[in-house]
Design a protein around this ligand. Sequence first.
Ligand SMILES: *Cc1c(COP(=O)(O)O)cnc(C)c1O
Length: 404
Amino acid sequence: MSTIGAAPGTRQPLAYLHEQLEELKAKGLYFRLRVLESEQKPVASFDGQEVINLSSNNYLGLTTHRALRRAALEATRRWGVGAGAVRTIAGTMKIHMELEEQIARFKNTEACVVFQSGFTANAGTVAAILGKDDLIISDELNHASIIDGCRLSKATIKVFKHRDLNDCERVCQETANWPGRKLLITDGVFSMEGDIAPLPQLCDLAEKHNCIMMVDDAHASGVLGRSGRGTVDHLGCHGRVDIQVGTLSKAIGAMGGYVCGSRELIEWLYHRGRPFLFSTSHPPSVAASCQAAFGLLDSPEGEKLIKKLWANTKFFKRRLKELGFSTGASETPITPIHVGEAAKAFEFSRRLFDAGLYAPAVGYPTVPEGKARLRAIVTATHKRAELERAAEILAEVGRSLGII
Ligand SMILES: *Cc1c(COP(=O)(O)O)cnc(C)c1O
């Protein structure tokens, strides 16, 4: 007799999830996953429909780049498909060490450790360096992985208003006599707003108040600074940021996260970074793809791609502004299109998709309630005509919904 499904009278301890899902549906917040049926490219096929794709973090088009594919295939042939162990046992391959050295050089830091993702890099690092007697001073819009890391550390968390230096200083002053260690932490580029942290001034505050300074440059790596070295480079803060986190999953095109800093920081994370200790390391193909990506960033081709990314970004933002859309404080390829009510944002996104454009809606809990929006991301590989067409579709559907 089958035990699958609920026989009458059977205990159903997860039944409340049904009600919670029904509640999402009633609020217009329920979604199904869109399934990508082609490569991750500027024009892509999702759920059987070809659309202009403004949904990925594939800033430079590296997910499908020839050099990265070749590196991944070659590494698979030479080393196999998996690492077979966690880094601290037998899963540290030569290629992992080489990648870390390459990233440390790129970022102009002493050392680097690679984690399985940007998420685990943030969460694992904050939890490893702080404990319950310590204090974290955190921008209110910092990424979920920072928030989770802060919670895991059991330190006291004080939040300052988004990019608000006066408010950050207020928190610093109120906690001036904190007996434990202090960490000041910010995204370099904020993932939902597309704005840039006031890093030099935050470094001033960290120095004045004796805080460890940590920046999550997930959306800045490969995008801002010389050859995509990130906000620390872009804003001239070399030597002032103790911990730089980045991702290998966005502009770098593959998967993973990394932490750059002093040799001792990295050694400590080898010993206490829980995702590093308890979860298997990357397949060789991933490490090899990333090596190829960093090589590319530092080449004339990389320079050209980053230039194109910014030219496309400026073009698209200008078009949206001309059409009357509100893109907030964004200064980067992340282009929020503000709607307000979540149900309306989801409706906007659905209708755009039917018209041939994929720009996903984000609502609570990714952004605060009442601040729902579309989140469009321009890449280097979009053609002008594709961005022009995307703006036309946005205008048509936006007018029909009274958004512009
Ligand atoms: C995407 C993102 C991460 C997580 O990176 P993954 O490599 O996808 O896990 C961390 N921080 C910020 C700010 C991000 O936008």
